[in-house]
Design a protein around this ligand. Structure first.
Ligand SMILES: Nc1ncnc2c1ncn2[C@@H]1O[C@H](COP(=O)(O)OP(=O)(O)O)[C@@H](O)[C@H]1O
Ligand SMILES: [Mg+2]
Length: 542
């Protein structure tokens, strides 16, 4: 362009437009896990299945979930997910599946699998942009009303478009979503739907999951527990987790008349004593109206809160799986020789967000990747709020914590080649994912450390077992060697020293048994010493 030939401001800003969340994610599908056909397929299964389990749990129903994948063209699949949950009221269905950033979970401050109100509705978008087809929903509620409709998203407006709606009386209770997709691909591999569902079953022993693959084969993961997880309580946020912006927006909408009562109303652990302590640290009166709270004043409050000690956050907002349940389902589904679990008391990260870590180490038998113990290698199963995380392995705090352990200390040399399955689950009201695709947990120091402590604890248990097993093998080998040479030794003694053959054999057999016993007591002492050492290590690190 020649110099001096300027373009007018007006003509540049003719192009200034608004766009909707649906348009944004239509362009940025990778942010939601839609990268490549294999991952996209697993993401779709994940979105529908997590919604189904969330819905059943919130309705107090033991989840029965059916997943069916049919192939209807070279790269075209129809996916059906059905649950026996509470269903959706007719008025909600369209928004639930046809509008992004809409749902029942965003404002609850409760632990759930979904958080953002994007999952299922984005599947609707992905279906329509790859096949041009709407999503078919059938949903039945406890009032005996069934609603059926085709939903798509008006991407420009981020609003649902509903067609072919029917409402009728019937018995079905739950939700069945059927959607066609292209640019997806089914795989039987470790990143595919079957593996995703297997892991879901491990972390959700109260679910029954039936899966029909595109070839028509059926796999059932039966439930190993009839106990529904406790319903999470919605709790008030902890003061330590708040920001200046949170306070300012709160001040604009709160029904409270004073800043002091606003703080008490919207935060946990905020009593009169704490308010007094805050008051002492700030230059204005907490009795002012929230309407008048300035940015600077909100900043002062946040600063004061950082310096004051508060009681730990309310921990009953976090619902772990439970060691007993993990053990049962790992034994059933992974089918190892042994499994050792460990959990930790709830802790908080970023000062105010409670979380709990649970781990399991499964060894031998079906544990590890690969077909047999010989070809096996370690398998790391990561979960957040019981949802399997299959992708972004390297960038995840859970993987990093597992890899940071010195496994040799626990009798596990050459980790890559061991028949070992490592299970890690983080439960939290707010899991700090690294992105909207929710496949990796960010590197919070408290989370990283808690995982390490839990793994070291389980590691010590497995250590005893692995060493015991190694000892058995050595003993068996020694016994075999001694027994192999015994007849020759007996023959020599009989010929040379004219000993009695029967007596001699008996004496030697007793000697072998005694020798092996002596070995055993030596090793027991050694193992105890190692265990003591490790107690020292764990206490020192804590
Ligand atoms: N199977 C289902 N049963 C009942 N309600 C559902 C089901 N699937 C989705 N919903 C409703 O639709 C909303 C939006 O779902 P989604 O877009 O996946 O976002 P999120 O799960 O993050 O809330 C949910 O919050 C829920 O209220
Ligand atoms: Mg969801």
């Amino acid at each position: 362009m020649a110099e001096g030939q300027q373009i007018s401001t007006d003509s540049i800003f003719k192009e200034f437009k608004e766009y909707s969340a649906a348009e944004f994610f239509k362009k940025n599908r990778q942010m939601l896990g839609f990268t490549g056909p294999i991952r996209s397929m697993t993401t779709i299964i994940h979105e529908y299945v997590t919604n189904s389990i969330d819905a059943c749990e919130s309705g107090g129903i033991l989840p029965d979930i059916i997943v069916k994948i049919d192939k209807y063209g070279p790269d075209a699949y129809e996916i059906m997910v059905q649950d026996n949950g509470p269903g959706m009221p007719e008025k909600i269905v369209g928004k639930a599946l046809g509008q992004l950033l809409a749902g029942t979970k965003f404002h609850g401050n409760k632990q759930s699998r979904g958080q953002q109100g994007i999952g299922a509705s984005y599947c609707t978008v992905y279906s329509q942009i790859t096949t041009g087809k709407p999503t078919h929903v059938i949903t039945g509620t406890d009032e005996g009303l069934i609603t059926e409709m085709d939903v798509s998203v008006d991407v420009k407006k981020n609003a649902p478009k509903i067609e072919n709606k029917k409402t009728y009386k019937g018995e079905f209770r739950g939700t069945k979503v059927t959607t066609k997709f292209k640019e997806v691909q089914y795989t039987k591999g470790a990143n595919g739907p079957l593996e995703y569902l297997r892991r879901t079953a491990i972390a959700n022993p109260h679910c029954e999951i039936k899966f029909y693959d595109p070839e028509g084969a059926r796999v059932t993961f039966p439930r190993t527990s009839r106990l529904l997880p406790k319903l999470p309580k919605g709790v008030l946020p902890h003061p330590k987790g708040t920001t200046t912006d949170d306070l300012v927006s709160m001040a604009r909408t709160t029904p409270a008349r004073k800043v002091s009562s606003m703080l008490k109303m919207h935060f946990s652990r905020m009593g009169d004593t704490k308010l007094k302590e805050i008051q002492q640290q700030i230059p204005f009166d907490l009795e002012i109206s929230p309407k008048n709270l300035t940015w600077k004043e909100a900043e002062d409050i946040v600063k004061a809160v950082k310096e004051i000690k508060f009681m730990a956050p309310e921990m009953d907002a976090v619902i772990p799986i439970g060691r007993e349940h993990i053990e049962k389902s790992v034994l059933k589904i992974v089918n190892p020789e042994v499994v050792y679990t460990s959990d930790r008391p709830p802790k908080a990260y970023r000062g105010g967000v409670p979380f709990i870590i649970e781990v399991a180490l499964a060894y031998g038998g079906g544990a590890g990747k690969g077909e047999s113990e010989e070809t096996s290698s370690v398998e790391i199963l990561r979960f957040a709020n019981r949802v399997p995380l299959l992708f972004d392995t390297g960038g995840c705090a859970l993987t990093k914590a597992v890899n940071s352990i010195d496994w040799k200390r626990y009798g596990l040399k050459g980790l890559e080649k061991l028949p070992l399955t490592v299970f890690v689950n983080i439960s939290s009201v707010y899991v700090p994912y690294t992105g909207a695709g929710k496949q990796a947990v960010s590197d919070e120091e408290e989370i990283f450390n808690e995982i390490r402590f839990a793994l070291m604890d389980a590691g010590r248990k497995i250590d005893r077992y692995v060493r015991g097993k190694a000892r058995e093998a050595i003993k068996a080998e020694k016994k075999r060697t001694l027994e192999r040479y015994m007849p020759e030794v007996v023959n020599v003694l009989v010929n040379v020293a004219k000993a009695n053959k029967k007596e001699m054999t008996q004496n030697l057999e007793e000697m072998i048994i005694e020798t092996l016993k002596m070995d055993e007591s030596d090793e027991a002492e050694e193992t105890d010493e190692i265990a003591d050492d490790m107690d020292g290590e764990i206490n020192a690190e804590e």
